[in-house]
Ligand binder design. Structure first.
Ligand SMILES: O=C(O)C[C@@H](Cc1ccccc1)[C@H](O)SCc1ccccc1
Ligand SMILES: [Zn+2]
Length: 168
């Protein structure tokens, strides 16, 4: 299980580079991300969140961990409509904020073996893909909130991190 970077850690603002080599190390990173996502009860995780700055996303919005997507070097083909929910983030624990998203999104990506494929998503999968693709661009859901709300969340996170360090 990998440690998840916590807002406002500046490393979360790093823009991820495309994956160029499909090595055993990459497979190890993917397996560790999947394990971390499930352990933290997330439905998605971007490599940026575990301080790996390559374009790797894992997603599973199913109830029974039966629909794992490994999404490498994603590109948006098309998107339409408008939707949004109160989003959360494993890097911003116990905080929620409404984020406007496209209702449907079609992306092109590579799977864990480097084979190209497409995902035509709607509902929670579409929202999750957009949330994770933002992470790869160093963007967080708090960036869509008002400065006041973002500042409150930043203070809450700093306090949480300080307390955790005291308890060590
Ligand atoms: O930090 C992450 O990227 C994991 C996110 C993914 C996500 C956030 C908002 C909306 C969809 C996906 C979450 O922490 S996973 C936890 C969760 C589960 C269901 C709904 C909202 C948040
Ligand atoms: Zn997130």
């Amino acid at each position: 299980i990998l440690p998840v970077l916590r807002f406002p850690d500046e490393r979360l603002r790093t823009v991820a580079k495309p994956v160029s080599n499909f090595t055993p190390e990459l497979q190890e990173i993917i397996d560790n991300m999947v394990e971390t996502m499930y352990a933290e009860h997330g439905i998605g995780l971007a490599a940026t969140q575990v301080d790996v700055h390559e374009q790797i996303i894992v997603i599973d919005v199913s109830e029974d961990k039966s629909q794992l997507y490994v999404i490498i070097n994603p590109e948006v083909i098309s998107q339409e409509g408008e939707t949004g929910i109160e989003e959360g983030c494993l890097s911003i624990p116990d905080c929620r904020g409404f984020v406007p998203r496209s209702e449907k999104i079609k992306i092109k990506a590579l799977d864990r073996n480097g084979n190209p494929y497409e995902i035509d998503a709607d509902e929670l999968l579409a929202i999750c893909i957009q949330h994770e693709m933002d992470h790869l661009k160093g963007k967080l859901f708090v960036d869509y909130l008002s400065p006041l709300k973002r500042q409150r969340i930043e203070q809450k996170m700093r306090k949480l991190t300080r307390e955790e360090q005291k308890n060590r």
